[in-house]
Design a protein around this ligand. Sequence first.
Ligand SMILES: [Zn+2]
Length: 221
Amino acid sequence: MSAKSSKAGSEWIDISVTLHEGMIAFSSEPLLQLERRRSIARGHKANNTTIHMSVHSGTHMDAPRHFVADGKTIDQMPFDITLGRARVIEITNPVSIKAEELAQHNIKRGERILLKTHNSPKFWQADAISMDYLYITRGAARFLVEAGVKLVGIDALSVGSPVDPDTTTPDTHQILLGNEIWIIEGLNLTGVNPGNYNLICLPLKLKDTEGSPVRAIISKL
Ligand SMILES: [Zn+2]
């Protein structure tokens, strides 16, 4: 699913998913629609499409405002959060991302971390959304806060547990966003090797909004 293109010696890898009608989404979210309002094939002079979607569709970012009432919004994101060096870490645990596993990777202050799990490619190949995807545990989220990372990405539509009976303590989203760690969800890291990359990923400038779809690409450093 990931497209590759080469230019001037660097190979860019597309780690975004294609937005299309019928794509998987949580049942709590509206289905994405591409309304072809005008179409040359139907006799119009031009093609013209309207999109209907959640800002949490496909590959997207969560700004602190998603879970923090007065948190920063997506249009306030500093470019430094998503432009520059990022590290892909491959998670071997088949169930969840735990602090103990992250602790083996010498994560440093200010890093951008993209977590590749067994979700790639399984999560994106399914016809319906899988609710047994790998997620970041509360302990791992607290570990990432302690480590001082600025960005965390994951290859599932949520960083948090799909079944979380605990409603009394801060969950993964609240821990990360409450500490101004910005999040990319919905990455497709199929075929991407662990290591250091240059990341380019920008959200739309949506006023006072808690998230946005993004196009994310990486090239090996
Ligand atoms: Zn989201």
